[in-house]
Write a protein of this length. Structure first.
Length: 686
């Protein structure tokens, strides 16, 4: 199940070659406690200097006082020396971006009280606030001459309510006026109900001043923006279709003239065309996208074209994996890009002449709560690369790749790793009992694991469902392993990083045999002899919540279950989720009212009458992706049936429950509380 193109691995198995600080597990068992989440740090958003000698990055950590993850700008030499902060650290900092001459560094910080653009002069170390924007800037980019910033920013639309009520006396305290909504995308998970307006493109002098708006209309400019080589225009991606409800994934690349704001459409695709990046010579544009076939999962391909939109070429047509991110080589002769294969991130170089090679693996490690794939990288002028490196036994660090040699350059978590024992992780493969499809999974062992004993086991299921787990540090799972549980996680059919066919085995068929893949994994681990079959537990979030509620309706083998921000009723979900135009067209054969039987056949609520397993539900009250009404339906159905159940509502939390450290603690703590209640021996270790 490897990529079809001949991507030769020239620097493989990077993780195994490094000697990280010994954990406490090697001397004495010192399991993690829940509030050890505040000891976590990780390196993110590396921006390597042109000479390849040093890199600026965001050092993320958990603030115990504010219960937030915060970022600070740090710098380190690519030989691992001279690690030091670049700023005072008085604000939450992000998006470091080098100027074209690499003498200044722009970044975004809330030090002044709101997210604003700052500049740091590298020679003097002086920093300055250069913007007073009404809303947070995104996609920050320097002009080629270093004189201008381009960025995206929300632009409110002034619109008076269509109804104005008469008769309000001066000084009277009436109820807040009703909110009138007529937009398609009126709320987004993590942002809540959206004010009227759109995200548009702006330019501003780097020394500060009034930003000038370049785009306007009822659409959003999202993702990467890229200056033309001469600095006279900017390329961006947007969905300007007249009916975005009918074409939710469609987008094209546009060019806007900086002086006149005249807009030219560059592509005309059936599907997305996004993340445009102009080549160093200014003659070509690289972007990602795909031809829309209305499948549940469609892998992003890497394309190049001339700047006028002609001669579009698909560089990764033979690579049956989705391109995650990419960056031009400084000489313009090739493109570096990342992709996931079998749960692990890879970096590759594709020359414009068609030669491709994979340079290294082990890219990822930014999820930190659960073991999802995904990483970042940056390329110097001489081809040296810095990337975030994954490992199952530590959070993301930076690594340096030169030629075929890879070495770590940060050890931000050496204090964490030397103080605490973390669970070891073992990979396994199995053949599905349904059709011999190969399924990948991992076992996380409790610290101090003794194979002569028997342990309780948690099957933890990833969301998506088109996503992937991998050999990545996962604090939630580590905290449950620290309480004496074996934790098993897999990539059942429908997961990404195994090709489009594998991911689409659940197209219009979810959940289905992905349930069998999960049970096969449980059978395999139980057969090893160290798991107590009377103490099997199951949990998952989002798509994993779907599969958890589905599984306990099809088997009674689990002593208890934890269902996290699930979908229970596909009809109500499709008509209340924030991404409803997409879900209704790509996950189902038609609209709910035309396909009621299909929607309900795959809805866990249709099978709740078969559930006997005790269930704990756990969902954020501000979740707009899988709204808490889904959880409430299931909870009330279980109560009507007399099934032992409880519901945990997390105030203010969106679908991304882990963003507040206290919620990152609460989820595994509630899981262990619930599962301990239903252990055969009352929660005591065997």
């Amino acid at each position: 199940m490897k990529p079809g193109l001949n991507y030769l691995l020239t620097a493989s198995a990077a993780l195994a070659a490094f000697a990280w600080p010994a954990s406490a597990a090697e001397s004495e068992v010192n399991p993690l406690q829940y509030d050890d989440v505040f000891a976590l740090e990780l390196a993110a958003d590396p921006q390597v200097h042109a000479n390849g000698n040093h890199v600026v990055f965001v050092r993320r950590s958990m603030d115990r006082q504010t219960d937030r993850m915060v970022g600070r700008l740090w710098q380190v030499a690519t030989d691992g020396s001279n690690l030091r902060p670049l700023t005072s650290g008085e604000g939450n900092e992000s998006s470091p971006r080098w100027s074209p001459d690499f003498e200044r560094l722009a970044y975004v910080s809330d030090q002044s009280g709101s997210q604003q653009i700052h500049i740091r002069w590298q020679d003097s170390g002086h920093t300055s606030l250069v913007s007073t924007l009404p809303f947070s800037p995104g996609s920050l980019s320097w002009s080629p001459d270093g004189e201008w910033f381009a960025f995206t920013m929300f632009t409110p639309e002034s619109r008076q309510a269509p109804v104005q009520l008469p008769g309000k006396p001066a000084g009277a305290e009436w109820a807040e006026a009703p909110t009138y909504i007529d937009s398609v995308q009126y709320r987004r998970d993590g942002a809540g109900y959206s004010p009227q307006g759109n995200s548009h493109l702006y330019v501003m002098p780097v020394e500060g001043g009034t930003p000038r708006q370049l785009t306007e209309g009822d659409y959003d400019v999202r993702g990467t923006i890229s200056w033309s080589h001469d600095g006279e225009a900017i390329y961006y991606s947007a969905n300007k279709n007249e009916n975005p409800v009918a074409e939710p994934v469609n987008s094209d690349i546009y060019r806007v003239e900086v002086d006149s704001a005249e807009v030219q459409r560059i592509t005309n695709t059936n599907g997305p065309a996004s993340e445009p990046k102009v080549s160093p010579g200014g003659r070509q544009i690289a972007f990602v996208g795909y031809q829309d076939r209305q499948l549940a999962h469609q892998a992003n391909r890497l394309y190049v074209m001339n700047t006028d939109g002609s001669e579009i070429r698909n560089l990764t047509e033979d690579l049956d994996r989705s391109v995650s991110s990419f960056e031009w080589a400084r000489d313009g002769r090739g493109i570096y890009f990342s992709y996931d294969d079998e749960g692990e991130g890879h970096l590759a170089l594709h020359t414009l002449r068609g030669v491709a090679e994979t340079l290294t693996d082990g890219v990822g490690g930014l999820s930190y709560s659960r073991p999802y794939t995904g990483g970042q990288f940056s390329v110097a002028d001489n081809g040296k690369l810095v990337f975030t490196q994954m490992a199952s036994n530590r959070p993301a660090e930076l690594a340096f790749l030169e030629g075929s040699q890879t070495r770590p350059i940060t050890q931000l978590n050496r204090d964490f790793l030397s103080a605490f024992s973390v669970g070891e992780v073992e990979e396994f493969w199995l053949e599905s009992s349904v059709d011999d499809t190969r399924i990948q999974g991992w076992i996380m062992y409790p610290p101090g694991f003794d194979e002569s004993k028997q342990y309780p086991m948690i099957l933890e299921i990833h969301g998506g469902p088109h996503a992937a787990y991998g050999p990545v540090f996962a604090m939630e799972l580590q905290l449950m392993a620290a309480q004496g549980y074996v934790v098993v996680y897999t990539n059942p059919r429908g997961s990404t990083s195994y090709g489009e066919d594998f991911a689409n085995l659940i197209h219009h068929n979810y959940p289905s045999n992905d349930y069998d893949d999960l049970m096969d994994a449980v059978d395999l681990v139980v057969s090893r002899g160290f798991v107590d079959e009377e103490e099997l537990f199951i949990m998952g979030g989002s798509g994993g919540g779907v599969l958890t509620s589905w599984s306990i309706a099809h088997t009674d083998r689990f002593a208890a279950a934890m269902v996290v921000n699930p979908v229970i009723n596909w009809i109500s979900f499709t008509l209340t989720a924030d991404m409803y135009p997409y879900f209704s067209q790509y996950w189902f054969p038609g609209l709910p009212w035309d396909n009621v039987e299909h929607y309900m056949e795959y809805s866990p609520i249709s099978h709740v009458g078969k559930v006997n397993t005790p269930v704990l539900l756990f969902t954020g009250e501000s979740d707009h992706r899988t709204p808490i009404s889904e959880t409430e339906q299931y909870y009330q159905a279980l109560k009507l049936r007399g099934v032992e159940s409880a519901m945990v509502r997390v105030p203010g939390a969106s679908h991304a429950l882990h963003l507040r450290p206290s919620n990152l603690m609460a989820k595994p703590a509630y899981a262990v509380y619930w599962f301990d209640r239903f252990r055969a021996n009352g929660g005591e270790s065997n």
